[in-house]
Write a protein that binds this ligand. Structure first.
Ligand code: ZN
Length: 347
């Protein structure tokens, strides 16, 4: 009996000591300033195309997303001032092979053309200053073929339509220096995008759809590319965007949802475009993004403790860049590539 009691006592003592140690660890952790694990992120990004682990990569070897993953991966390296470490000629030759006879790019070699893959391919080529390698006319005609009578755009020939594709369409044409009435009806396209705006100031995927942070980016991005930001009610939209910051510091995409690192980009870039980026707590958002890093393997996940991926790594870095975090290139809020590379097509 006394042994049991003794054991109990010693166990209790151990538990108390452990609790104290945990508290100490917590204190130490909260006192350690969070930093960006640049070299770990570089290591993660530079090895993305070497791994055969489909779960860890999640993207490069996911056939229909190869072009998207290249854009997220290359742009992340670029933001970290390390794009030169990526194999430029291999990347360009892969991208060129993804272009189809209809002018558009598929998500990988042999895949059907899609407006988002075409957009990502051009954004990646722009960062390698290699837009001269593609036929602008065939791509512009492909975009022209995707506009519907109501001004909206299909994502591909199978007719899915939403306001994301309106942004991709004008961005692609602007990159190609072909944003004019010969290819698309800009007033109709504008009418459609504005019809996606709701009474709360946010924008949805189609007219009448709930406001969503990512669609705010694409609709405001459309208006920015077409020089029509004067059509946005900055106060009302800015208020809806500012309300996306949660008590954890991160932004959510819609009311009552959990924060997610990628909204650091969708929401903050929207705020930047309309000039309301002063309306949120910057320190808290930086802290949230840094907490989503994988301290051991590099990369950033959607929220603290979750597995990293190249999509959230890129948009986490984008968010930090918009907040002028030290050591990162400046991202352009309209174009989603570094400001320096936008000069490769906006001359
Ligand atoms: Zn996300």
């Amino acid at each position: 009996m006394s042994e049991i009691n003794n054991n109990n006592n010693s166990n209790t003592t151990n538990i108390n000591n452990n609790e104290k140690d945990n508290e100490k660890d917590k204190d130490n952790k909260s006192q350690t300033p969070l930093i960006l694990y640049t070299s770990k992120h570089l290591n993660y990004l530079q090895n993305l195309d070497k791994t055969r682990d489909k779960n860890s990569i999640g993207f490069y070897f996911n056939e229909h997303l190869k072009v998207s993953a290249l854009y997220w991966g290359c742009s992340s390296l670029n933001l970290l001032n390390s794009l030169s470490t990526h194999n430029k000629s291999e990347t360009i030759s892969f991208l060129l092979k993804c272009q189809n006879p209809n002018g558009g790019f598929g998500g990988s070699i042999g895949q059907d053309s899609h407006i988002t893959s075409t957009h990502y391919a051009l954004l990646t080529l722009a960062q390698f200053n290699s837009l001269n390698l593609i036929s602008a006319e065939s791509i512009a005609l492909y975009i022209k073929s995707l506009q519907n009578n109501d001004g909206s755009f299909k994502g591909d020939e199978y007719a899915e339509t939403d306001s994301r594709f309106s942004y991709c369409a004008v961005a692609i044409l602007k990159i190609l220096n072909k944003l004019n009435e010969n290819y698309i009806n800009i007033p109709k396209a504008t009418e459609y995008v504005l019809s996606c705006q709701n009474f709360d100031g946010g924008f949805g995927s189609i007219p009448g759809a709930e406001s969503h942070g990512a669609y705010c980016f694409t609709c405001i991005g459309f208006l920015s590319v077409t020089n029509q930001l004067n059509l946005v009610n900055k106060f009302q939209t800015g208020k809806w965007l500012a309300e996306r910051q949660t008590h954890l510091g991160g932004f959510n995409g819609r009311p009552e949802k959990l924060p997610d690192v990628c909204y650091s980009w969708w929401v903050l870039s929207s705020m930047s475009m309309i000039g309301t980026e002063g309306f949120f707590n910057k320190e808290l958002l930086i802290k949230f993004i840094l907490e989503c890093q994988d301290e051991e393997l590099g990369g950033i996940g959607d929220r603290p403790g979750n597995y990293h991926d190249v999509f959230h790594t890129f948009f986490g870095l984008c968010g930090l860049s918009l907040m002028k975090y030290e050591g990162l290139k400046m991202i352009d809020p309209t174009w989603a590539i570094p400001v320096d590379d936008v000069k490769n097509f906006l001359k």
